[in-house]
Ligand binder design. Structure first.
Ligand SMILES: [Zn+2]
Length: 507
């Protein structure tokens, strides 16, 4: 007998129903089938689906998790990675949100590109309208990089609608909080790269467009965001200032936006390291700005090396929910795992998988804090990457390792070889920095599980690219049942608008 773990059953309430069904099956099916744990776990899962009730109630709170670049292959590999870290074979594992009762596929193309970037995709998800690449919450009637063309074409976001209703709002990202995904929730810009004033064109300055960091602090919707946590400190500090980690500010206008934050809002706090973050008095703080790196925050795999210390995505999510939940009217929170994307661009699967697990942990932390009777949780991605899981590795073969095929009850000790006679990894990229002109490098003797290993790729490019296939949406809580089948990416906004009664259409 193979010592391979079966799918773990977490659906206890459905067991009785499943047993009744299997008693019926036993009349027509052989014992070897009905007594298989695969068969029984599947029956239990189906019984749970039959017993499932739709929550058509109101979503007082909405938490929207976005894994930047978290395509389906990333989810599969991260699920195996997390399971193997826990000593299992891995394939049977589930990321926290993979247990959610509802899911759909999301089509991610933008108005002008088959394969999009994070600006139009987050715009679609947060406003209900697809736009062109590089543009943040302004319609496709705008021209990228042209300020004047964007005037009058601003799109109102779910976060802004929540502010209008008096709800609390928050954004969290392990990338810069002025980067495309978080920025689309609160800023309006025909150019995603206008993160600090120095990035604005002369035309943008002349026509009164504000940079993204400025917009977060000075043009904030409602009474301002209650929580903004992530990287990007230098975009908020003057270029005459050196921050606590030795980096110079980028602002040429002399504005210290971290000081403006505490001036502009009541009971406001600014923190930039782990110690200050841990010391935040939630009861006495109503507006929290945390900027933990000059640029993007550390990858989860490197976070413990940071000199000033940085909170994890799960820690930021927990603290944000504590702060936002003080508001009786509810809240809207967006949480981005922003660096899954960056590790993929670098052709480095290990860090991408570690950051995907960190996002799963953040969702788990949220599940421990909220009541799913009144809180809608959505987990999706803006776009995919050219990341593949291939070959015929044996069950339980290390996901970062070379392909070893099954050998009877075991995993073959010799690595499988490709048509060029060389071994190959399970994980790879269609393009990116891991490609070579000419013959592949021989990976025999190379530790492909090292955190710095760059997977091989087919087409040589300095930076691996996004990919155009659909991404997944997972949801639980009120309104989650509205995610069904294959949808355009902008439908995500409409589910939040409907379930949260954010003030737009009744459908
Ligand atoms: Zn990207």
């Amino acid at each position: 007998m193979k010592k391979i773990p079966q799918v773990m059953s977490t659906l206890g309430c459905a067991v009785a129903t499943a047993l009744v069904a299997m008693a019926a099956d036993a009349a027509v099916l052989p014992d070897t089938q009905t007594q298989s744990s695969w068969y029984q776990d599947g029956a239990t899962a189906l019984a749970a689906k039959v017993a499932q009730a739709r929550n058509t109630g109101a979503a007082k709170n909405i938490i929207f998790f976005v894994g930047d670049g978290m395509g389906v292959s990333t989810l599969t590999a991260a699920r195996i990675y997390q399971g193997q870290q826990a000593g299992q074979t891995g394939e049977e594992n589930r990321l926290s949100f993979e247990t959610f009762p509802y899911s759909a596929l999301s089509k991610t193309y933008s108005v002008n590109q088959q394969t999009p970037d994070s600006a139009p995709t987050m715009t679609a998800m947060i406003t209900g309208v697809k736009t062109e690449d590089g543009m943040l919450s302004v319609s496709a009637d705008s021209i990228r990089g042209n300020c004047l063309s964007s005037k009058g074409n601003e799109l109102k976001t779910a976060l802004e609608l929540a502010e209008d209703l008096g709800k609390s709002t928050g954004i969290i990202s392990t990338a810069r909080i002025t980067h495309a995904t978080p920025a689309a929730t609160y800023a309006h810009s025909p150019e995603r790269d206008w993160e600090a004033d120095g990035n604005l064109s002369a035309e943008a300055v002349a026509n009164g467009c504000h940079d993204i960091a400025y917009q977060l602090v000075n043009d904030a919707p409602g009474d301002g965001l209650e929580v903004a946590l992530g990287g990007g400190r230098s975009y908020f500090l003057p270029n005459t200032v050196t921050d606590g980690e030795g980096a110079k500010g980028k602002r040429k206008d002399g504005n210290d936006l971290t000081a403006k934050w505490t001036e502009n809002f009541t009971n406001a706090a600014y923190v930039w390291n782990q110690e200050q973050f841990d010391a935040i008095d939630v009861a006495g703080t109503d507006h929290l700005l945390g900027l933990f790196e000059p640029s993007h925050m550390q990858y989860e795999a490197d976070r413990s090396d940071d000199s000033a210390g940085e909170p994890s995505l799960a820690e930021m999510t927990s603290k944000a929910i504590d702060l936002l939940a003080k508001n009786d009217k509810g809240y809207f929170l967006m949480v981005e795992g922003g660096r899954i994307d960056h590790a993929h661009h670098a052709g480095n699967a290990a860090r991408a998988l570690e950051d995907t697990v960190a996002l799963s942990d953040a969702v788990q932390a949220a599940l421990g804090k909220v009541n799913l009777e009144d809180t809608l949780i959505i987990v999706s991605a803006d776009h995919s990457h050219t990341f593949t899981i291939a070959g015929y590795p044996a069950r339980g073969n290390p996901i970062l390792g070379l392909v070893h095929e099954p050998n009877d009850e075991a995993i073959d000790t010799d690595a499988a070889t490709a048509a060029d006679g060389l071994p190959y990894t399970t994980l790879g990229y269609a393009n990116g920095p891991g490609a070579k002109n000419g013959a592949r490098v021989d990976l025999a003797g190379v530790d492909t599980t090292d955190v710095d290993f760059m997977q091989q790729a087919q087409v040589p490019m300095g930076s691996e690219t996004h990919a155009a296939e659909d991404v997944a949406i997972y949801a639980t809580g009120p309104g989650a049942y509205l995610f069904q089948g294959s949808v355009e990416q902008n439908v995500i906004f409409h589910v939040m608008n409907q379930a949260g009664a954010l003030g737009g259409s009744k459908y």
